[in-house]
Ligand binder design. Structure first.
Ligand SMILES: Nc1ncnc2c1ncn2[C@@H]1O[C@H](COP(=O)(O)OP(=O)(O)O)[C@@H](O)[C@H]1O
Ligand SMILES: [Mg+2]
Length: 288
């Protein structure tokens, strides 16, 4: 009887001496699980490379609206790109500058493009602003139609590319525009040339911003140096994990939060906000 009491006491003492042991173990196993689920990224030879082998990842369409309550660690990227957008490009001699934002899936290209598209200075600078989500199966007619409908604010019933391009040319003529083509994957030079033909009629200072995970696409379409988006910093990654793990709760008020293994969690995310969000979400459901 005495021995039994003793062993019970010992167990209690162990648990009390490291009350966070289980939470740490669970968190580490969740991180391992997540790493497995996102193996398609981790298996990349160079996980921070630019998307080779990731072409089959399908994505939901995007819009110009930022859908995150908080964006972490992109202040400098935003500032640099906005400066580029507001400047004239005398170097290339083109009326229309094509800027590519390049980086692997989930690094935050679309989010950054949304941030600059919605900036007040940018909105004031351009007369026409259009956001187009370009799906995997690129179609010049569809993209042209989306742009035309957006600049005319009317539905276009005629699907003839020639007709639509002529209309678009008339609409952009002498106007300073910003078109964002989000997620362009098509490597065909002819398709790009076809699509951008009416763009050339825009006023000087017009810009086309293209997000792509494909280096070849970037080299085909751009006429300014590409903007290679870098992974998030460790601190920004951590803040993003915490936001999704804790929701609106103040970290100070959440028990055990200081026991999370910050270093491991941040390392596993490779600076990709897509993974940081997924990890935070998993922790929210399983740990807190
Ligand atoms: N800096 C950031 N702060 C917070 N969330 C971000 C940030 N960058 C991206 N995200 C979120 O991460 C996910 C992936 O970002 P996204 O812009 O779609 O990546 P990409 O276009 O490069 O594939 C999205 O859910 C987005 O809202
Ligand atoms: Mg994207």
């Amino acid at each position: 009887m005495e021995a039994e009491d003793e062993s019970t006491n010992t167990t209690q003492v162990n648990v009390l001496s490291d009350p966070f042991l289980r939470i740490r173990e669970r968190m580490n196993s969740k991180i391992a699980e997540l790493s497995g689920r996102l193996g398609f990224l981790a298996k990349e030879k160079d996980v921070l490379g630019l998307g080779k082998g990731l072409r089959k990842v399908s994505q939901a369409p995007t819009t110009s609206l930022v859908n995150e309550s908080r964006i972490y660690g992109r202040e400098q990227d935003k500032e640099k790109l906005i400066n580029l957008l507001l400047s004239y490009d005398y170097v290339s001699g083109n009326n229309v500058s094509v800027i590519t934002i390049e980086g692997m899936v989930g690094i935050g290209k679309t989010t950054l493009a949304q941030l600059i598209y919605n900036d007040d200075k940018v909105a004031q600078h351009f007369e026409l602003l259009v956001w187009v989500y370009v799906s995997e199966d690129f179609d010049a007619t569809r993209v042209t139609k989306t742009i035309l409908e957006s600049v005319t604010a009317t539905v276009c019933d005629i699907n003839d590319l020639n007709f639509m391009q002529a209309k678009l040319r008339d609409r952009v003529k002498g106007k300073r525009f910003l078109f964002v083509l989000d997620n362009l994957c098509n490597e065909n030079y002819h398709d790009w040339n076809l699509l951008q033909a009416p763009f050339q009629y825009g006023a000087g200072g017009s810009k086309v911003v293209i997000t792509t995970r494909n280096t070849t696409v970037a080299s085909i379409v751009r006429n300014l140096p590409t903007y290679c988006l870098q992974p998030l910093s460790g601190e920004a990654t951590w803040l993003l994990i915490l936001e999704h793990a804790l929701g609106n709760r103040d970290p100070i008020s959440v028990r055990n939060v200081e026991e999370l293994d910050k270093e491991t969690a941040v390392r596993k995310c490779h600076g990709l906000p897509l993974i940081a969000k997924a990890l935070g979400g998993l922790l929210r459901h399983t740990v807190f």
